[in-house]
Design a protein around this ligand. Sequence first.
Ligand code: T5A
Length: 233
Amino acid sequence: MRLLGPALQPHLPLTAQRRPPAPGGATPAAFAAGRFLSIEGISGAGKTTLVRRLAAALEERGASVVRTRDPGGTHVGRAIRALLLDQPRPMCPEAEVALFFADRAQNLDEVIRPALEAGRTVIADRFTDSTLAYQGAGRGISRELILAVDQAITGGMRPDLTLVLDVPAEVGLARLRRRDRIEREEVHFHERVRHEFLEIASERFGRVIVVDATGSPDEVFESTRDLVWGWFR
Ligand code: T5A
């Protein structure tokens, strides 16, 4: 298992980017307060599995963790999520952008900002990078439009650290037991999304780290744990 350097192309030999574990383990006081981590990647990359495990591991070490997901991290967000993903009718890409940001606005207002202001650690299953990847590269909406909406709604807010779990589209889709409306898109759509995540990582060196997620859940967790310890200390 390896972490992929964000500025590197995915097909090139890549250097491990693990940070050493905290000597003797981090103590509660050692965790920086109010940190925001997001986990990104295509469907079936293993985001939800990793969010759960990282949250549990951070809590074991004394961090106060809030988990959320995008879309659907709030009561309002769950209604928006159903509209976006659970109904079978086609939706125009601009409507998707508007609804994903509506969900995000509510999540920021109700969950993310209050948690960060209280000094808690937020781990989000997706954030704005997903809209750039899915509605941008996937649906063909211009980056300028997405960033304009983003600026108006979130003020351009980004997590302190983003891990992009990288798997080929076929691998991710094969892991899914059922597919939502967007996951039912053809494999080429998901490959475009995957490559946009890698592009974002190459542009956002330092904030966005690509992780090879083709291994087992244990391997993915172990390859990210030390990086997250290092980041949150
Ligand atoms: N979307 C979302 C947009 O189009 N634009 C946006 O702006 C946003 C925010 C989101 C949907 O909305 C779209 C993308 C999606 O279509 P979601 O609930 O976040 O919905 O859906 P996904 O991200 O697709 O979540 P999934 O649950 O489908 O995939 P995960 O979270 O990547 O994977 P996970 O952990 O649930 O695992 C899936 C299965 O694989 C197994 C698990 O046990 C599980 O059975 N698994 C592994 N198997 C082998 N090896 C591993 N390393 C594994 N890790 C997990």
